[in-house]
Each structure stands twice: as structure tokens, then as C-alpha cells.
Design a protein around this ligand. Structure first.
Ligand SMILES: Cc1cc2nc3c(=O)[nH]c(=O)nc-3n(C[C@H](O)[C@H](O)[C@H](O)COP(=O)(O)O)c2cc1C
Length: 410
């Protein structure tokens, strides 16, 4: 419905700077995790003086259980291609890549079909819509490393190098793919572009909250009656999502916490269910928006065990390039193992907090910087559970297999 009409209109009626102005007015922030303002990113690339520029779509979607991007790519790949082409026109790029995980064969197949169709119809490739604007798109398949979703690691991977992050600045907008200015945006971010161009930035900015505009797709999972993908306006409360859309907790059990933002997000307890879901509120609560994972937990979850589970993921996905993340996540994991098996000591909690702070502040990329979130947020809201494991060698949710007090004293 209306496919590619936004691109054709933009090419016929708008100058590149007008496109960027509409993006800025929309208030759209990147949907891949960091929430950086898209208009600002595009205007940095547009202003860069360089003969070659690139547009890259981040379709790595590495968060376990998340499938927001996959669903867009499988159901409406043209919308993403259209968003990328509009971005390319706005910044003066003529080449783009979609970095998509190889575990998404149907998305890859449909993207290939959509690219070929668009090329045949003159909507991608040389002289799009009979204008002087040309834009070629190709796919690159990711091998499934979580860190390859991080933008600098992703670009290194496209270049055929090992997928490991590098320090920023320079940001990809200044020096990205093959050291050229590069727009890198998430699938959902690009999918938002055509409607913004069709209806205007002000229309988009009317949805959502003062600083978080538009809608967001979440993958609702865990102990909730209705699981699946939801698209909701920013500013909706966690309670509305979990209790109304999600239909509440199955089996009449009590809600305990919701983990937002993927493996490096934080756990938010019941007392904050009425918080609006936007970038600021989630950060304030010690969590992140991330790319939109939302895992609901009931009273049968042990929060120390939950923290350990996510830390194990971050530890095994750490690329090893920087010591704080490589060594720190392993040390944190080991301490959590001690606490959950009943051999933790009261001093461990202070050490755990210090170590989390160190990993958070000194890691090279977002993987290490956010990995402590599940631990820090559970220490903040469920400290008593840690203390019960340590002081009486008991797991309140009866999840952890602890040594009995007698065994420990022996
Ligand atoms: C460890 C790690 C994994 C990431 N994985 C993804 C991902 O799978 N998809 C994504 O769009 N962004 C991911 N990001 C965020 C990207 O680095 C980057 O911020 C994003 O692609 C920018 O696009 P946006 O502004 O449209 O969000 C990841 C970041 C980190 C640190």
C-alpha cells in the first residue's frame, strides 16, 4: 500500500536538506538500542565532505528472544529498502548494505526478491525514478555473534575483518564503512522513514512523549498470557503493556519484575509498573529501552539466578578485545555462581557493585558498558534475595540449588 511513493515524492519534490529537516522534526530516535536522534545522525553524514558515503541497515538482531526486525524484514522488506534509499538521497550516498543475520533465511530470501524487483522497476540502482539519484543495495550475512550488532563491529565485519568494536570517536557518521561517512540505522528506524516522509515530521512527533516520539515494537515474552510482538505508542505504561495487552500473569500468580532491553537490560519491579515506557524513564529505573525485548517474570523467578543467566550470556558473547569486559564479566559471573550455590559472603555484594561499576565505566563498547545492568538493577530492587542466599543459604524462589547451612559450615 503506497509502497515507494514516499521515495518518489522525496525525489521529485524535496531537497536533501528538507528530508533531514523532516526527520529532525519527527523526533525519531534510533530503535536499535542507543536511541540517538536519527535526524542529527543523518545531518552529520550530509555535512561530511567526502566523495563516497554509505548507508547501512543493522539487521543483526542479536537479543535472544527478540524478533521485531525479523518480522518487518519478512513481511515488508520494501519499506526498509525505501527508508534506506530516502536516507541515501538525504546524505548523498550511492551504496548501501543490509547486514542481516544468517539465521534469518526467510528474511534474506525476501530481501533478495525485494531488491531484485525494485531494481527491475527502477526504484533501486541507477537513476531511480528517472532522476540523477542512484543507490545500490547489497546484503551481507552475519555469523551470529552478538557483538556484531554493535555498529563499529558490524562495519568491520562487512569489511571482511573480525567483528570487534573500536573506540569512538570517530563515529561512523564521520568515518564509517571503509573510512567513509556512513549512516548506520536499525531496521525499525528505517521502516519509520517512509510514513514520516508521506505524512510529515510533525505528524510523527504528535505520537509519543515529549522526548520519545512515535511508536515502538516490543517482543513481549515470559510469564504473561499473551506473548508476541506489540507496537505501542511511546509513553504507554508497563502496566498497560503487561496487564492489558499481555493479559496479565498466567495461573493467578504474582507479577515480580519485567526485564527490558535485551540481555543487558535491567529488571524493573512491581512498584514501577506505572512508569511510562520511554528512553528517559527506563534509564532512570536502571534499565534500557534496548531494541525492544521485554521479559515478564512472576514470583517463581529467583532474581539472583536471572542476573546470573544474563551475565553468562554477556560473558560468552564478549569479544575479548577489552579487558574490563572480557575479564570483568567472567569475574561477575563467578561471584553470582558463588552466591547462588550458597558459598557467597557478605563482602561479595560490595565487591560485586564495585566490579559492576568498573566494567560499566571502562568497557570499550555497549556490550560491557551495559552488561552489569541486570546485576545492578536486581541489587537495587531485590537486594534481600541476594542477602537470603548469602546469610541463610536459601533461595526464596526455590530455584537455586544451595549447599545447606550445615554443609557450608563443615
Ligand atoms: C553489543 C551490542 C549489540 C547491538 N546489537 C544491535 C542489533 O542487533 N541491532 C541494532 O540495530 N543495533 C544494535 N546495537 C546498536 C548499534 O550499535 C547502533 O547503535 C545502531 O545500529 C544504530 O542504529 P539506530 O540509531 O537506528 O538505533 C548493538 C549495540 C551493542 C553494544
Amino acid at each position: 500500500m503506497g509502497g515507494y511513493s514516499a521515495l518518489l515524492r522525496v525525489l521529485e519534490e524535496m531537497r536533501p536538506m528538507e528530508v533531514i529537516e523532516q526527520m529532525a522534526r519527527s523526533g525519531l530516535r534510533g530503535r536499535g538500542g542507543a536511541g540517538f536522534p536519527t535526524g542529527l545522525k543523518w545531518s552529520t553524514v550530509a555535512k561530511a565532505v567526502h566523495p563516497k558515503k554509505y548507508v547501512v541497515c543493522n539487521a543483526d538482531e542479536g537479543d535472544p528472544g527478540a524478533f521485531m526486525d525479523r518480522s518487518v524484514l519478512e513481511s515488508d522488506p520494501r519499506r526498509v529498502l525505501e527508508g534506506m534509499a530516502i536516507g541515501a538521497y538525504a546524505v548523498g550516498a550511492d551504496e548501501g548494505y543490509i547486514y542481516v543475520r544468517a539465521e534469518y533465511p526467510l528474511a534474506v530470501k525476501r530481501l533478495r526478491i525485494a531488491i531484485a524487483q525494485a531494481e527491475r522497476m527502477g526504484l533501486l540502482g541507477k537513476n531511480i525514478g528517472g532522476t540523477r539519484f542512484s543507490f545500490h543495495v547489497d546484503l551481507r550475512l552475519g555469523g551470529g555473534a552478538f557483538v556484531c550488532g554493535e555498529e563499529t563491529a558490524l562495519l568491520a565485519s562487512i569489511e571482511g575483518k573480525r567483528g570487534a568494536p573500536r573506540p569512538r570517536p570517530p563515529f561512523p557518521a564521520e568515518s564509517g564503512l571503509y573510512e567513509c561517512p556512513t549512516i548506520i540505522n536499525n531496521v525499525e528506524t528505517f521502516a519509520n522513514v517512509p510514513p514520516i516522509m508521506r505524512k510529515g515530521g510533525d505528524w510523527y512527533a504528535r505520537i509519543g512523549t515529549a522526548k520519545s516520539k512515535g511508536t515502538k515494537v516490543f517482543a513481549l515474552a515470559g510469564c504473561v498470557n499473551n506473548t508476541g510482538l506489540i507496537e505501542v505508542p511511546m509513553g504507554i505504561t508497563l502496566r498497560e503493556i503487561i496487564m492489558e495487552i499481555g493479559g496479565g500473569i498466567p495461573g493467578g500468580r504474582q507479577f515480580k519484575a519485567v526485564q527490558t532491553g535485551g540481555p543487558s537490560g535491567g529488571c524493573i519491579p512491581a512498584e514501577h509498573l506505572d512508569m511510562p515506557v520511554d528512553y528517559q524513564s527506563l534509564t532512570q529505573l536502571g534499565s534500557i529501552m534496548g531494541s525492544g525485548g521485554m521479559i515478564v517474570m512472576d514470583e517463581s523467578s529467583c532474581m539472583v539466578d536471572v542476573a546470573k543467566y544474563f551475565m553468562e550470556f554477556c560473558m560468552s558473547e564478549s569479544c575479548g578485545k577489552c579487558a574490563p569486559c572480557r575479564v570483568g564479566t567472567a569475574q561477575i559471573y563467578e561471584m553470582l555462581c558463588r552466591i547462588t550455590n550458597g558459598t557467597g559472603t557478605p563482602d561479595d555484594l560490595k565487591l560485586l557493585e564495585e566490579l559492576c561499576d568498573l566494567v560499566r565505566t571502562t568497557s570499550l563498547c555497549g556490550l560491557g558498558q551495559n552488561a552489569p545492568n541486570p546485576v545492578l538493577s536486581t541489587l537495587r530492587y531485590f537486594r534481600h534475595e541476594y542477602l537470603t542466599h548469602i546469610e541463610v543459604q536459601a533461595c526464596p524462589a526455590q530455584v537455586c540449588k544451595l549447599h545447606s547451612a550445615a554443609e557450608v559450615t563443615v
